[in-house]
Design a protein around this ligand. Structure first.
Ligand code: F6R
Length: 604
């Protein structure tokens, strides 16, 4: 899960394009970065440990005006983040340079073979076997043929780009499980792990499929399989608003992505509701298929898994369709029982999470239909699932997921309402109320004036507990993940009624407890739990339905203007996200790029 990018043009400055492209891909990994240019019989390389700002300092050492090059931003898997392990890597003669995303599973064996044949390695990475293998197969003279031969030997899930100083007008790109998209320009072509890398240059793209090998020149893109059989990949036009992938004056992408949620929710709901009904076809589900769904098994990771938990509650309560929710990395090894009538519903922002994809392939093997709720258009999950509903959140750059999470919940709410209608339990009132959610979202954000002061209280905490019941428990789980990953504070979420079965022992004077209370019918039960922790000295931060807030004796209040409790999750997510955000800022954390993490987890 690194970011890779390439530029090959008749003319132009690959150096500046590659650096800009890497900036947009930095969310994929940021422990080292590098650029290689092919020109006049030489490979020029600059690479360094650390973020792109470090690479920027040595960028001038690369020649400008060179129209062929590749770049890489790394999230370390094999080998520590050091200058030597940073990509691009080269062969012994320094004729070939490669960048690689993913894992070469048989790299040990290949490395030993190459070492025995006299190759000299300079890094500890699995990636470095690629340029040496290309060299061994004659890549310094014929790069394309060498890539074909090397492809027969490499095992794993990966994508890589290769250039040669002797053929400085081509990039060879290979995709095997890790994403790769070609951008088509005029007299110049681009290739990257993700569309956002070249979206400022072109909106025309071709998504490579698994097993594709693309030979890219300034004028042409020839896609074939490893045996040279041509593969036709349709050209698509990307309609993402590039401004959505920029910070637009916000200090961090995360803050921008939190604040734009009311607008994004509008985009997500647009065209999917008519009068008081959900338009099922706009959720990517043909009507006859909706009728066949008897059970849903959600698979997802991290925040997307938490959205699945909210979805379970909504679908079961509204439609009475049973829903199981599994963490994808567990599901894939669980030998799950998938009965006829079950749909496997995969939720993912990136559409590239390795475990989620593996779960979908497992379902497919068992003959079960797959349905994806996904943000990234053209992603592997979107293409490899039977049915797809896009969340339309636009590019999410901050590593911590915010707007993708709330739009996943909105799509699941629409699905729950559609299934409810199918089951004779239509809720026109709720469909009507859903239209007002973007407006209530703005109201929620406008009402959070005191959140910075609360974050200032939280910032010195060692542990934080999040409690809630029902939907509020699912929200609490997302709240604790947010503060862990960006503020690096240890946090746990508990079903509020569970505290007294053990965890209450950890509550002492001043322990922060964030209580989420939007479930009106069980609010009094949560109130008892709040009183229990308060009696033991806890400092309680309440994220509470504004209509009930006055009944709760909390130390700090964040009211949420809830219309219907079933629509509260997206609204209550806003204060949870902002509380984590400001706490992280106060602790001086790198909010958009938290340590040890990366945006899309394309390795197991
Ligand atoms: C947390 C976060 C991760 C992702 C998880 C799944 O803020 O972003 O937990 O939710 O890695 O990623 P996707 O949704 O791309 O499958």
């Amino acid at each position: 899960m690194c970011g890779i990018v390439g530029y090959v043009g008749r003319e132009g400055d690959a150096r500046s394009f590659l650096f800009d492209g890497l900036k947009r891909l930095e969310y994929r990994g940021y422990d080292s970065a590098g650029i290689a240019l092919a020109y006049r019989g030489t490979i020029a390389i600059q690479k360094s440990q650390g973020k792109l700002t470090v690479l920027q300092e040595s960028l001038d050492l690369l020649p400008s005006g060179v129209p062929c090059g590749i770049g890489h931003t790394r999230w370390a898997t094999h080998g520590r983040p050091t200058d030597a392990n940073a990509h691009p890597h080269t062969d012994c003669q320094k004729v070939i340079a490669t960048v690689h995303n993913g894992i070469i599973e048989n790299f040990q064996e290949l490395r030993e073979e190459l070492l025995a044949n006299g190759h000299h390695f300079t890094s500890e990475t699995d990636s470095e076997v690629i340029p040496h293998l290309l060299e061994a197969y004659g890549g310094t003279d014929d790069l394309v043929n060498a890539v074909r031969r090397a492809e027969e030997r490499l095992r794993g899930a990966y994508a890589f780009l290769a250039i040669s100083s002797r053929q400085p007008d081509i990039i060879v790109a290979v995709r095997r499980s890790s994403p790769l998209v070609v951008g088509i320009g005029e007299g110049v072509n681009y290739v990257a792990s993700d569309i956002s890398a070249f979206l400022t240059m072109t909106r025309r793209a071709q998504v490579l499929e698994n097993g594709d090998l693309a030979v890219i020149t300034p004028e042409t893109v020839n896609i074939s399989n490893v045996h040279g059989m041509p593969m036709l990949r349709p050209e698509m036009t990307i309609d993402w608003d590039i401004r959505k992938a920029e910070r637009r004056g916000y200090a961090h992408f995360m803050l921008k992505e939190i604040m734009e949620q009311p607008d994004v929710w509008g985009d997500c709901l647009l065209g999917r509701i008519r009068d008081e009904r959900v338009l099922v076809e706009e959720l990517g589900l043909p009507l006859p298929h909706l009728g066949e769904i008897r059970r849903i098994h959600v698979v997802a990771a991290g925040t997307a898994y938490h959205a699945g938990l909210v979805g379970k509650a909504l679908i079961e309560r509204l439609a009475r369709v049973p829903v199981d929710v599994s963490v994808a990395s567990e599901f894939r090894y669980q030998d799950p029982v998938l009965e006829p009538g079950t749909v496997v519903l995969a939720i993912s922002q990136s559409g590239e999470t390795a475990d989620t994809l593996a779960s979908v392939y497992l379902a497919r093997e068992q003959g079960v239909p797959t349905y994806a709720v996904v943000n990234t258009v053209g992603s592997t999950l979107a293409r490899d699932s039977d049915y797809v509903a896009y969340t339309h959140a636009g590019p999410e750059i901050a590593v911590a997921s915010t707007k993708a999470y709330t739009t996943q919940i909105l799509v699941l709410t629409l699905l729950a309402l559609a299934l409810a209608e199918r089951n004779g339990r239509a809720r026109p009132d709720l469909v009507r109320a859903l239209r007002r959610v973007p407006m209530l979202g703005q109201e929620t954000l406008d009402g959070l004036n005191n959140i910075r002061a609360m974050a200032a209280e939280l910032m010195r905490s060692r542990d934080v507990f999040y409690i809630g019941r029902g939907l509020d428990y699912a929200l609490a789980m997302e709240g604790q993940l947010k503060i862990k990953e960006i503020a690096y504070i240890h946090a746990e979420a508990y079903a509020a009624g569970e505290m007294k079965h053990g965890t209450l022992a950890l509550i002492e004077e001043g322990t922060p407890v964030v209580a989420v209370v939007t479930e009106r019918t069980i609010a009094r039960k949560t109130l008892s739990n709040i009183l229990e922790v308060k009696a033991r000295g806890a400092e309680v931060f309440g994220i509470i339905d504004a209509q009930m807030a006055h009944q709760f004796p909390v130390d700090h209040l964040l009211p949420v203007p809830v219309s219907d409790p079933l629509l509260a999750p997206v609204l209550a997510a806003l204060p949870l996200q902002l509380l984590a955000y400001w706490t992280a800022v106060d602790r001086g954390r790198d909010v958009d790029q938290p340590r040890n993490l990366a945006k899309s987890v394309t390795v197991e």
